[in-house]
Design a protein around this ligand. Structure first.
Ligand SMILES: C[S@@+](CC[C@H](N)C(=O)[O-])C[C@H]1O[C@@H](n2cnc3c(N)ncnc32)[C@H](O)[C@@H]1O
Ligand code: SF4
Length: 396
């Protein structure tokens, strides 16, 4: 498959201004890779290239493989209580004022971000402040807001779509497919009507044992929605042994009890025929769909089997996330790992983000991960951020 960098020429040809902004973030990730990580006195705030805004823990769907609401989701029993803790718009605005001069990329997600009551004023404020606003959504609430999304100049929308109607709705819920398609068409229509380049439209497909045989057909069918990018997310998976090892490790090294990793111990990796998937991905690679298609991680096709069947074999290591990124949770807690918010480094309700990312807890995390085997923790083996920003291990 094409590497992640394949996105850059495509972006450049469509939108130079956006590509230039994204390039600033990429340069910070590169700097994190080459900068001496042992220098814990460094001002990490300056090198923030990507900040995740997890606006809400609430969601209107129950996708089976999801770490929050899936078969083993950590939010299943506490969503209503947790939703009361969301940050008011004013707190987010204060936070935005602090990060805006850094010219970084932002990624808004949840839960379902369209359920955050002030999503639109928040995004407008971010755009006014010159931030690149990217929103990851399940797409079910997009259609009715299409006019406003285009008018407000969101930079990009990453819409989850896993399969054709039957399988997609088996995974994500009845009626979801039709709503997502209606949303994609509405955004395309509005962009034409308003003669707008924004937002770039990306599809995100999580590969599971339920949908992998249909990925090529899905890529083919998606051409008609005028998308700018299609990401095949090979999926976050783990197993009993990795979870147990990570639990021990985090308790011993960082005095942290973890419960988020277990949520990805879903088994939807099981039975994926690596040989077949390899063939499907190669067919996709050899065709021109009019937009780039990438996998996360970019994987040597020969290793497809390993990715799903040998979860204990690392494919990326030396995670750089703590040196260039931060995730702010719906309640203001800040942590490095978006999907595993167990180790908290501070809270934006009562601390500045500069203070948080340069603080003792953040530095302890960096020091511990830096000293761990392969520059990652045992639980990071298929973590999405490590798959995107970790170092490619030779052969994978
Ligand atoms: C947790 S969702 C939150 C945003 C929004 N609710 C959505 O579904 O797009 C973030 C992304 O993670 C993806 N996702 C869900 N389960 C996953 C898994 N087990 N492995 C990797 N990605 C997953 C979703 O499809 C989505 O693209
Ligand atoms: S829509 Fe997103 S957050 Fe909600 S259950 Fe599905 S993957 Fe999880």
């Amino acid at each position: 498959m094409k590497g992640n960098n394949a996105v850059i020429p495509a972006l450049l040809s469509k939108n130079i201004k956006l590509a230039a902004k994204v390039a600033v973030s990429l340069s910070k990730f590169a700097k994190a890779q080459i900068f001496p990580k042992k220098n814990f006195g460094y001002n990490h705030f300056k090198n923030l290239g990507l900040v995740y805004f997890k606006l809400t823990g609430a969601c209107n769907l129950r996708c089976v493989m999801c770490g929050q609401y899936g078969d083993k989701g950590v939010m299943n029993d506490c969503a209503a209580e947790e939703n009361k803790k969301i940050l008011p718009l004013e707190t987010w605005k204060k936070f935005i004022d602090e990060i805006a001069p850094l010219k970084l990329t932002t990624y808004i997600w949840g839960g379902e971000p369209f359920l955050y009551p002030d999503l639109f004023p928040l995004c407008r404020y971010m755009v006014e402040k010159g931030l690149v606003v990217s929103v990851n959504t399940n797409g079910t609430l997009m259609e009715k807001h299409a006019e406003q999304i285009v008018r407000d100049k969101w930079a990009s929308i990453f819409v989850s779509l896993d399969a054709f109607k039957d399988v997609n709705d088996e995974l994500r819920g009845k009626g979801v497919y039709d709503k997502v398609i209606a949303g994609l068409k509405a955004i395309d229509r509005e962009k034409k009507k308003q003669k707008a380049k924004y937002p770039m439209l990306a599809l995100v497909t999580v590969v599971t044992n339920k949908n992998y045989l249909d990925l090529e057909n899905l890529a083919e069918a998606s051409k008609e929605y005028n998308i700018d990018l299609h990401i095949y997310n090979l999926g976050t998976y783990t197993n009993d042994n990795i979870v147990a090892t990570q639990k021990r490790f985090m308790k011993e090294k960082l005095d942290t009890d973890i419960d988020c990793l277990e949520a990805y111990n879903t088994g939807y990796n099981k039975g994926i025929d690596g040989q077949k998937l390899h063939g499907i991905l190669q067919n996709i690679q050899n065709k021109n769909f009019g937009h780039p298609i990438i996998t996360v991680p970019t994987l040597n096709p020969e290793k497809t089997h390993t990715y799903y069947a040998e979860l204990e074999t690392p494919v990326r290591n030396h995670c750089v996330v703590p040196w260039c990124q931060a995730n702010v949770n719906y309640n203001g807690d800040v942590h490095f790992c978006a999907d595993y918010p167990d180790y908290i480094i501070g809270n934006i309700k009562n601390q500045s983000i500069k203070e948080i990312v340069n603080g003792d807890r953040a530095n302890l995390f960096r020091k511990t991960i830096n000293e761990s085997e392969g520059g990652m923790f045992p639980g990071c083996l298929r973590c999405y951020q490590n798959m995107l920003f970790g170092k490619k291990i030779k052969g994978y």
